[in-house]
Design a protein around this ligand. Sequence first.
Ligand SMILES: [Cu+2]
Length: 591
Amino acid sequence: MTQPLAAPLVPFVDALPVPQRLVAAQQNGRLTVPIRAGAHRFHRDLPESAVWGYDGTVPGPTIEAERGQPVAVQWRNELDGALPVVVTTAPTATDARGVPVQCVPGLSGGAPDQNAAALAGHTVVHLHGGLTPASYDGWAENLFAPGQDAVFHYPMGQRAALHWYHDHVMGVTRFGIYAGLAGMWIIRDQRERELGLPEGPPFEVPLLIQDRNFGLDDSGRVTGQLVHKTDPEVMEAFPPFTVVNGKVWPLLEVRPATYRFRVLNGSNARTYRLVLLRDGEPELHRITQIGTDHGLLRAPAPVPPDGLVLASAERADLLVDFSGLAPGSELTLLNTAAAPFDGAPFPAANARNAADPGRMLPYPHVMRCRVVPGPVTRWTTPGELATDYHPPAKDALAGATRRTIALVERELEGEPNMLTMRELVVAPDDHTGPAITVTDGEQTTRYRTAAAHFEDATTFFPVLDRYEVWQLINLTNDTHPIHVHLDPFQILSRRPIRYQIPEHGIEDLALTAAVTLERDPADTLNHTVDDNERGLKDTVRVNPHEIAEIAVRFTTYSGRYMYHCHILEHEDRDMMRPFVTMPAELMPFMA
Ligand SMILES: [Cu+2]
């Protein structure tokens, strides 16, 4: 463990902001959202930061919609001026004291990236989780420039859930979102109202969790300048300051009541494993998870014993019980996940000792809740929540199209590593080039790589209304949260693998590997699917030494969509691929 770092900012002094609400029904379903440069104070003791935001704010307004009531948003690009983020790669991974440079503010000797400084505000908006026609889904290359706008139509023919909208520009999404281009989007429906779930303030609290870093002035004081800093060994940004709804380590006053926390990890790369502590001891029993990425679970789920894991873009709908707590009681939400995250456990009982710059977690604080006097209200969780979906039946999956994707990191000299998703196809018997073999018991399947980079030819053409099973094979040392646009999916399994990649086995396109479905002796992960993952998901964590299998059925819209890793530094380089959903009647005409 590396020596603890003294925090340059005081935790738990800023009140948790609640983003402005834009209720679509109050505006006949027609909203206008300007995308603007703005100024935002991330902490009481910091000067204002230059940001880009929806409506100029960080986060953007929370848009609230009703199931079945379409929403049209005019996204007006009014950005002017340069990207308000200094982007740099520090020359070394640790400083003179041995502290990882990403754990401290400032540029750590890195030069500002001139290409990033020249970014002047092309944007495109994606509604993450939206069941949206392809033309309005925010294809990463369909940009609108400053001065241009786009009206996107969101049908909202989908169940209640917390989603989010954010920038999705090809190659630079990591900078646009980091600059502030993200906001929450809540869909409500009848089932939630039948259950009487808290809706709106004060008992429903949306929480957008991100991490940010800042510059230093000549006298060593932290400035408001946003800094996106990576280093020669870690190509993802893992900034040290956790920001909730735009404030570093905020404080929320709560009554002794049940609250509904709608949590979204909107960080570039960081995975959180959230633990609620009182007087240094975990109190996870106060939290019940009722929903996930695409809304209600079938039954409430306890938080896993180590804490609630949320990778980039994952959401959790939580009921948190503060009843029975005396005024003045304080509960602190802490993060125990190391960065980069590889699924490794960390016992909740040790959460108070989670701070460790060596794990790129110098400050585990997320936020604090302080109980104030008020009437005690307690909400009893019903045993049955969602009734509109089931796990896909075996026979429904029997004839499903199966697709196989390998997640691969290619090390490069003198530039950041390249991460790709290799779409695999079964190799013909006479195939002699590089191949990946996957051995499951007696059966071995040989694959060749059909595509690796975003601009390679499309190979996935899912037919509407038919189940597909996608196998994601992780051949890297990190957990990747893989996000599929359009319809949600269900996680079928995680299975341990061991694999060998020969020297030069990873080329730009070709891949040679031997994968066996059995546990690697050095592998300590349990590879389970947790109860809180047995809902409708749009992002699945694929851990090292693992094949994750998902069942997806695209239902409503035909067109060109994307799937990608939601670690933004991976998505931008180059862990993103297209797929095209097709109505069955067109398939006979596809060459
Ligand atoms: Cu990734």
